[in-house]
Each structure stands twice: as C-alpha cells, then as structure tokens.
Design a protein around this ligand. Sequence first.
Ligand code: FMN
Length: 201
Amino acid sequence: MGNCTVVVTGASGSCYGMRVIEQLVLAGHDVSAVFTDAGREVTALELGFDLPADDARVAAAALAAYLELPSAEKLRVAYPDAMFDAIASGSHRIDAMVVAPCSMGFVAAIANGLAADLPQRAADVMLKERRPLVLVPRETPLSLIHLRNLTAAAEAGAIIVPAMPGFYAKPESVDDLVNFVVGKVLDVLDVEHSLFKRWGS
Ligand SMILES: Cc1cc2nc3c(=O)[nH]c(=O)nc-3n(C[C@H](O)[C@H](O)[C@H](O)COP(=O)(O)O)c2cc1C
C-alpha cells in the first residue's frame, strides 16, 4: 500500500475511524483523512475531539496530536467540500480507502453513485478504478433499504467489514472491541498489525 484515504462519517463509532488512521500512519502509510460534517460533530460528541474546521494543516496537526502520532508528516486532512482535492480524481493514485464508521446515508450515496461531495466522489473513484474500498457500516437494526444498498456496494466491489466485534478472544475493554474491528479492516488491506490475538496462535 502507500496512499490511503480514511473517511469518518456521522455514524456512531468515530473511535473506529480514529484507530484506522492511527494504525495506517504508524504502519508507514500516507493518510488523507476526511471527516464529513456529521462525522466531525459525532466525533466531537463521542470522543471530545473537535476537528479544526477552517484550516486543513491546523486540522492535521490537531488530529496527529490527538492520536499521539510522532508527527503529522504522514497525515493530511481534506474537507468534504474540497472537490478539487487530489482524491477526487482517478488519475491520482490512492491504494486503499476505508470509511469507518460508515453511515447508512453514505452507503446509500455510494450505492447510487451520487458523488455529491469529496468523500462520496473519492469512494466512487475507488469503485470505478477497481481499487480497495472498505466500508465499516454501523447501524442497527438494518432496514431492507440499508441491506439493498450494502449489497449494491458489495456488488460494485466494496468490501463490507461491519462494526461487529467477535467475543471469542475474551475482550476486557472497549479498546479490545475497537481493536478487533480495526484489525479486521487492516487484515483485508494486508496491513500487518498486532491489534488482536489470532485464533489458534
Ligand atoms: C449521535 C449520532 C449517532 C448516529 N449514529 C448513526 C449510526 O450509527 N449509523 C448511521 O447510519 N447514522 C447515524 N447517525 C446519523 C448520521 O449522522 C446522519 O444520517 C448523517 O446525515 C450522516 O451523514 P454523513 O454520511 O455525511 O456523515 C447518527 C447521528 C447522531 C447525531
């Protein structure tokens, strides 16, 4: 891998997206982080992290500090209305994209090719270019519309990794549960990690 996009939407579970960003950067990848407007608000509510809204460099530095990354060098932030951003084009090489957590609204948008803002367009590009797009949906219960949209996204090539932690590893904390889901995301991207103990090892 190398260049990754991580989108944090307004579904509950901003901790998943935060950990994906942290782990990809620590594994040496360059990460473009995009928070939808709802994603920014839910992140502030759930984690107390308020992403600076008017300066992408300041936002990247604040995000790196929150994640306690050694530096902000591998991290950039793009805002959802930045339609001229590099990740909006298939000619810009993005090796993988993760949407974590992924709202049902976002699934609906990409299942129907809306491409109405930067993160939706970036996901649309990943599908048309046949590059890895991992969705971490979070909603319960799921309506038939949600299920159909998830199916359409999977048929178009998206990899669906639901925020459904397993319990066979005997989690002892919320962190363990988050690490299980994020570890599964990294597994499908072939990124080495030690976020959970593997069955049989
Ligand atoms: C506290 C809170 C929690 C939410 N949790 C979810 C959720 O788990 N799944 C979901 O699909 N939407 C959830 N929503 C609704 C989304 O934030 C909303 O549909 C939003 O428009 C999604 O926009 P986005 O896809 O651009 O982020 C939640 C909203 C709030 C305020």
